[in-house]
Unconditional design. Sequence first.
Length: 123
Amino acid sequence: MLEVLTRLHLLGFSLSIDDFGTGYSSLDRLKELPFTELKIDRGFVSDAMKNEHGLAILRSSVQLARDFQMSIVAEGVENLETYNLVKTEDCDAVQGYFVAKPMSLNQLLDWLTRNSAPVKLAQ
């Protein structure tokens, strides 16, 4: 797997580690594989809204991604309050119902036509 991911990276592909902090997306993967983006699991984003421990985990994940020179996507952003939190905590992009619900390819193409610029966190 390392060889394939390294080849893709050398060809210019961006590689994301999804659901960071759960399952197989461990710290070992970060140091071994050529990822360019870290997607913080929705559970950690949700916990950050609930208590200081959750917020500490979100902040640590963001700092870790920055240390590895990765961009950061916050998953599970479903409302303005959560969006504002992850914006404040320096996430680069968001994924979740706040932006759009899951859609088919045709729906996506229509959505992109109506929303000519991608949704990004305001500076």
